[in-house]
Design a protein around this ligand. Structure first.
Ligand SMILES: CC(C)(COP(=O)(O)OP(=O)(O)OC[C@H]1O[C@@H](n2cnc3c(N)ncnc32)[C@H](O)[C@@H]1OP(=O)(O)O)[C@@H](O)C(=O)NCCC(=O)NCCS
Length: 195
């Protein structure tokens, strides 16, 4: 995947970059403090609590996957503090990437997930093989859908799926952004074109 380790900086100073070993304590703290906030929507919370060592192994594994051209697992940072995580996942076919995100409950409703998803979408289309980016969530997760809607993603499909977390109702909403629509909304700056 042709995506720089530092995905970018958004308008509110939101930075998105791949997690590194030095983030382990910040990640540990953010997840530990967010468990009940994430439980309704994130199935992996069932594996909590995790030790610092397990957290370090997760970061190592994520870095290996990304170096090998697989998924990107990134931190969302505001003024140097990790406020959440996000990622680009290769699970919707060879020409698509799916965005995932979560934000610490003390930092929600400030536009951070929207900024992170915007940066990730631009990064995803930086890979010439990517034609569409999707955000998928359970219908009951209105906050996740609002992020997609604010960025101009179109609701492309709704389908039944297994309930994997306690907040879900088992209907997956699939929001899509095609390359052409994104480039029309966010034409590259002249300096980007020169590089
Ligand atoms: C979904 C989530 C990442 C949104 O993060 P966020 O940083 O608060 O999102 P933003 O501030 O960019 O908000 C975007 C919009 O979502 C909507 N929104 C946010 N939280 C909401 C909530 N609790 N209820 C209803 N709408 C909500 C609002 O319309 C908001 O815009 P506004 O504050 O200007 O009205 C966050 O709520 C979260 O971590 N949830 C748990 C994990 C999760 O569900 N991840 C996605 C799995 S698919």
């Amino acid at each position: 995947m042709v995506i720089a380790p530092r995905v970018g900086v958004g308008p509110r100073g939101v930075r998105v970059r791949a997690l590194v070993g030095g983030d382990v304590r910040a990640l540990h703290r953010a997840i530990t403090e967010s468990v009940e906030h994430l439980r309704p929507w994130m199935p992996w919370i069932d594996d909590e609590p995790q030790s610092l060592e397990q957290r370090g192994a997760f970061i190592d594994g994520a870095r290996r996957r990304w170096s090998a051209g697989g998924d990107l697992t990134a931190g969302i940072f505001v003024v140097g503090t990790l406020v959440g995580c996000c990622g680009l996942h290769r699970r919707i076919g060879p020409h698509g990437l799916e965005i995932g995100y979560w934000i610490h409950p003390a930092s929600t409703r400030r536009g951070y997930a929207t900024d992170a998803a915007r940066l990730l979408t631009t990064a995803a289309f930086g890979d010439p093989s990517i034609e569409c980016v999707e955000i998928r969530h359970d219908r009951a997760n209105g906050a996740s859908g609002a992020v997609a809607g604010r960025l101009g993603f179109q609701l492309a499909a709704a389908s039944s799926r297994e309930i994997r977390a306690p907040g879900e109702v088992g209907v997956e909403w699939q929001w899509r952004m095609d390359r052409r629509d994104w480039v029309e909304r966010h034409p590259p700056a002249p300096t980007d074109q020169a590089e």
